[in-house]
Ligand binder design. Structure first.
Ligand SMILES: [Zn+2]
Length: 306
């Protein structure tokens, strides 16, 4: 039975809301020792540990009804909770709209990848690490899912070359996935190795290496390189904005104290402070863009170059 295209989008959006609610739990619990996504069984308020009833656990709506406060202890529930739910639902709805109900296996796999990227992004922002459940888990399931849903690699030239005929066959998709794993992990590991040799400090976290390896398993070797390039561009802009933010903060503080700290010193402090940004979220953005818009990125690339 195939759903009507609009019904499919709405249905997938609602499932995305529920999954987003689960991702919030994963983001909160994965970095913690002794807790896992299914233990303790029920969701609790992170502040007063009161178990939540279903009424206080409805995605987005509960947050709005409770005006962002816990019912028991009125702890301010971060806006990140409804944001993650809406983000997951919007991305899932977008994937459903883009491929339609006939391609539901592709929609399901791409939705799963986006769910993993959302968890990796927010855990990395919180604790500067990417959970192995996401990165190593992704590396394991990428070849299996490529074998089951070969259309995942229909944009990858390598997979097309390996297959005979126009569409990607299972073997081509599997080889494309494995090549993506090796190239994605290898190139970032190599950059990190060079960085340690040249700058004599850890330039690259191993979590990022595993994340791009997993991503490469879904987008193939060329896609992994493109994702790294896009991620680096976005990270550079974010790093620059972060530095400007620190600069403005320190200038404002100096002005309120009436001190006349030279601008040069403030710039130096901002450069050091601005450097500490996790790379995982930007790598995740790069992988996400390649996953859904590989063709568009390449078209834009060709237009800009030629
Ligand atoms: Zn509470």
């Amino acid at each position: 039975m195939i759903l009507h295209p609009v019904g499919f989008i709405v249905w997938w959006f609602v499932i995305g809301l529920l999954v987003g609610s689960f991702l919030n739990v994963a983001i909160h619990r994965l970095p913690l020792e002794g807790e896992s996504v299914n233990r303790p069984r029920r969701s609790r308020c992170p502040n007063c540990r009161t178990e939540l009833t279903w009424k206080d656990n409805v995605p987005v709506l509960s947050w709005v009804v409770l005006r962002g406060r816990c019912r028991t202890c009125s702890w301010g529930i971060p806006w990140r909770y409804p944001f993650v739910e809406l983000l997951t639902a919007s991305l899932w709805g977008f994937l459903a709209w883009r491929s339609g109900p006939e391609a539901w296996p592709l929609v399901a796999v791409q939705s799963l990848v986006f769910a993993g990227l959302i968890v990796a992004t927010f855990v990395d922002f919180d604790c500067f690490e990417i959970p192995d459940e996401v990165s190593i888990g992704g590396m394991i399931v990428a070849p299996i899912l490529s074998l089951l849903v070969p259309s995942l690699h229909s944009q990858t030239r390598l997979a097309l070359e390996l297959s005979d005929g126009g569409s990607v066959d299972r073997v081509g998709a599997l080889l494309g996935s494995l090549a993506g794993l090796v190239v994605g992990g290898g190139v970032l590991w190599g950059i990190g190795w060079l960085g340690t040799k040249i700058f004599r400090r850890d330039a690259m976290g191993f979590g990022d290496v595993k994340l791009l390896a997993a991503g490469g398993g879904f987008v193939g070797p060329g896609g992994a390189l493109l994702a790294l390039f896009l991620g680096t561009c976005v990270a550079s802009v974010a790093g620059l904005l972060n530095m400007v933010r620190f600069l403005c903060l320190s200038r404002a503080r100096a002005r309120s104290r009436g001190s006349r700290k030279p601008l040069r010193k403030a710039v130096r402090v901002a450069r050091i402070a601005g450097r500490y940004l996790p790379f995982g979220p930007y790598l995740g953005i790069g992988i996400g863009i390649v996953l859904v818009a590989w063709n568009h990125v390449m078209e834009l690339w060709n237009e800009l170059l030629f």
